[in-house]
Design a protein. Structure first.
Length: 263
């Protein structure tokens, strides 16, 4: 309850800021939608040259992309820490955070909350709903509950990986360039993993499990049997908890090693 109260206070401060700079808010929303639209157009262009992609139809791949957008939008809303190294380590704001009686990670996350990113999640849900109806997939209430469980697990996977990457800054305040690289790797999770070779498939499934933020959980609803993806889908929340726990452990260890920005 204490952290929920703190979160509400941060949201109110965010709202006050955005009411002052409303144009910036809508510019960010439109730019994000345009970016997601370009990714969708790319998929459609690919299917202009091939009827299937690794045995997956156009509607199925677009369905996967729709799912991919939902957890990514939630993650971007509550874990927007792309500039952690520059803001909190290089500029010394981490010193301020550590003087307050609340967990450092939660403070950093609350200060960088980005609610407009949730619009991408709603767009992704709309894409899924459209493909769902076009493919005539059966729908039951339990499917909605399972979808929420998969989204929760996928968000935790994102959070664990990027929390760990941000924690690297505690050991070195120099820009590592790892985050942009990881951002590019995560996009592989929105395509069928069976189109990649065995090594890449293994990496995307177990080492950097971005397949669990897109194609694997989506395959459960598509009832795809390729490489038993639909059977792996139920592991999504488990993988999420494991990776978030690792990311949080690395963060806590990094905070203990942190010695301040100096003067």
């Amino acid at each position: 309850m204490r952290y929920a109260s703190l979160f509400w206070e941060y949201i109110k401060n965010y709202a006050k800021t955005r009411l002052t700079y409303r144009a910036d808010f809508w510019i960010e929303v439109i730019s994000d939608l345009l970016f997601q639209g370009m990714n969708l157009i790319f998929i459609l262009i690919v299917f202009q040259h091939t009827p299937t992609l690794g045995g997956w139809s156009q509607l199925e791949v677009v369905f996967v992309y729709g799912f991919f957008m939902i957890p990514y939008g939630v993650f971007s809303t509550f874990f927007s820490i792309w500039n952690f190294s520059e803001r909190y380590i290089v500029k010394g704001e981490m010193d301020r955070v550590l003087t307050r009686p609340a967990h450092s990670l939660f403070q950093v996350l609350f200060e960088n909350v980005d609610p407009q990113s949730l619009i991408g999640s709603f767009v992704g849900a709309g894409i899924m709903a459209y493909c769902w109806s076009q493919m005539g997939l059966p729908f039951e209430i339990v499917d909605l509950l399972i979808l929420l469980l998969f989204v929760f697990g996928a968000v935790l996977i994102y959070a664990g990986i990027y929390t760990a990457l941000s924690a690297i800054s505690f050991y070195s305040d120099a820009p590592t360039g790892i985050v942009p690289l990881m951002y590019n790797i995560q996009n592989y999770g929105r395509y069928p993993v069976n189109i990649y070779n065995k090594m890449i498939r293994f990496v995307l499934t177990w080492l950097l499990p971005f397949a669990f933020v897109g194609v694997i959980p989506a395959s459960y609803f598509l009832e795809k049997k390729t490489d038993d993806l639909s059977q792996l889908a139920m592991l999504t929340p488990v993988v999420g908890i494991v990776f978030f726990s690792l990311g949080l452990a690395i963060w806590n260890h990094g905070v203990k090693k942190y010695r301040g920005a100096g003067s």
